[in-house]
Design a binder for this molecule. Structure first.
Ligand SMILES: [Zn+2]
Length: 273
């Protein structure tokens, strides 16, 4: 087989998204590129993709944290606005109470003066009753005024507490934004370089192999399509034991071995040449 695979006339069958391991293995064997080279390229491709993923992850949490802080600060600022509205309402109540107080004071004055010039006991009783009622109303005015003032004091304390909270969150936000800026500007170059490296590795692999790699990567939770042997005899992806014969094949580097449990490609990275 080694002597016939140089042919460039070979007709590529279309890549099947559900390509079987057997057809992939056949493609591996039936290729101008050695299996060892392919496996090595796949392993370095996986390493580059891991680095890219780490960068994205590092940055990935910060934008969400910045957004959460902004939302929290907005909520706190709305709270302050509502407290200020309530203060304005209480101030209106104070003004209203002061106005009716003046009116009631004038009435009380009037009744008291009237009482002094009265000899008729029936009229005296009637005015006394009015005076008593107005005094009660005057007390209600005072009570309303005191309550409104107490409410304003309470609201001012609440505003002060929330404002302190806002100040702390604003500091947190500024720090997070700085952190994000630093990471974005520093990782942008790093990421660009990694993507370049990744693409140059990928350029050396045929479309079918790349498609299989992407498919396996997409189907496993940690995005590791190519894994090394773990602890001498287990799959580095799912940690299931590898049978001795398959282990020999992996260590030889001459055969594509896919884990029968998790579907990942198992390689022996120590085997460089
Ligand atoms: Zn496995």
């Amino acid at each position: 087989m080694a002597t016939t695979k140089k042919s460039t006339k070979k007709v590529e069958t279309p890549i099947d998204e559900r390509e079987t391991f057997v057809s992939l293995q056949k493609n591996f064997a039936d290729s101008a590129q050695s299996v060892q080279d392919k496996l090595r390229l796949l392993y370095t491709l996986q390493a580059a993709d891991n680095e890219i993923e780490k960068l994205v992850l590092r940055r990935g949490e910060l934008p969400a944290e910045v957004e959460a802080l902004e939302t929290e600060i907005n909520g706190l600022q709305e709270k302050v606005a509502r407290f200020k509205e309530a203060i304005a309402e209480s101030n209106a109540k104070i003004e209203e109470s002061k106005k009716t107080m003046v009116e009631h004071d004038a009435e009380i004055d009037k009744y008291q003066r009237q009482l002094q010039g009265i000899s008729n006991s029936r009229e005296y009783d009637s005015i006394s009753k009015e005076l008593e009622n107005t005094n009660l109303l005057r007390q209600i005015d005072q009570k309303n005024l005191d309550e409104a003032k107490a409410r304003i004091e309470d609201l001012k304390e609440k505003i002060s507490a929330v404002t302190d909270q806002i100040d702390i969150r604003l500091q947190d936000l500024a720090a997070k934004k700085d952190e994000l800026d630093v990471i974005v500007s520093s990782t942008a170059k790093e990421e660009e370089k990694l993507v370049e490296t990744r693409n140059s590795i990928a350029a050396n692999l045929d479309a079918r192999t790349l498609s299989a790699y992407d498919r396996i990567r997409g189907s496993v939770h940690n995005h590791l399509a190519v894994v090394p042997v773990y602890m001498g005899n287990a799959c580095g992806g799912c940690f299931n034991t590898i049978t001795p014969q398959r282990l020999v094949d992996i260590n030889s580097g001459n055969k594509l071995i896919i884990c029968e449990h998790c579907g990942r490609i198992i390689v022996n990275p120590g085997k460089k040449d």
